[in-house]
Design a binder for this molecule. Sequence first.
Ligand code: 13P
Length: 244
Amino acid sequence: MTKLVVANWKMNGDTSKISADLNYYAHVSETNKSNVILALPYIYLVWAKQHLLVNSKINLAAQDLSHYLNCGAYTGKINGEMLKDAGVEYVIIGHSERRNLIGENGPILVHKVRNAFESGLTPIFCVGEPLSARTDGSYLQFIELQLAGLEEIEQFKDIVIAYEPCWSIGTGKIPTMAEIQEVVEFIHQYMQKRFSYVKISVLYGGSVTGQNVDDILKIKSVDGVLVGGASLKVSDFTDICAKV
Ligand code: 13P
């Protein structure tokens, strides 16, 4: 199976950077691939799709969507239908920054995943333990709880799960390969048991670089990577894509 590489730009970029970077990515073989997914800030998505990535194989992701399904009086919200209309294929849901900074919790995230399915988007659902749960050994229970809400969704479809330990995001610290493998296999088993009829991919995210991506991708159960900081530098991101 082709592994995925997802760039999470978070709240970064402006028109000149996005124009320069995406023009480059659309024209070089290392990055112009359907398994390369760019999660840009909302306001750049339509422009990216209709102008910068024309005839490119690269896919787009949003970094969030509304937990309201239908259009209506929800000032400031963007729903799945709008994202699909903009040419977006994937949506990140439950990133730890939104869980921790904005306080997004289980039921809201379940609504968001359900809405993504209903809108024809593939969710990239993020899970991962804080340092305290890694230290006291309760990390698998922590992740199991984060996954448990998904069982409420009746019409389950293909999904991408990203394992991102909170303590690894933006810190330069990554788990050992054995630790990544343990959690990724746990997620596969958990999901397989309940949703064996859909395609489940499990990514690793947290301080991924051109230097460590080879080792991470050697882990058979890892279906790709979710890249933050290194996706903002063209040469680093091109390096990573070349190895996926
Ligand atoms: P870094 O790659 O900067 O650690 O960020 C990871 C991340 O949060 C991607 O969603």
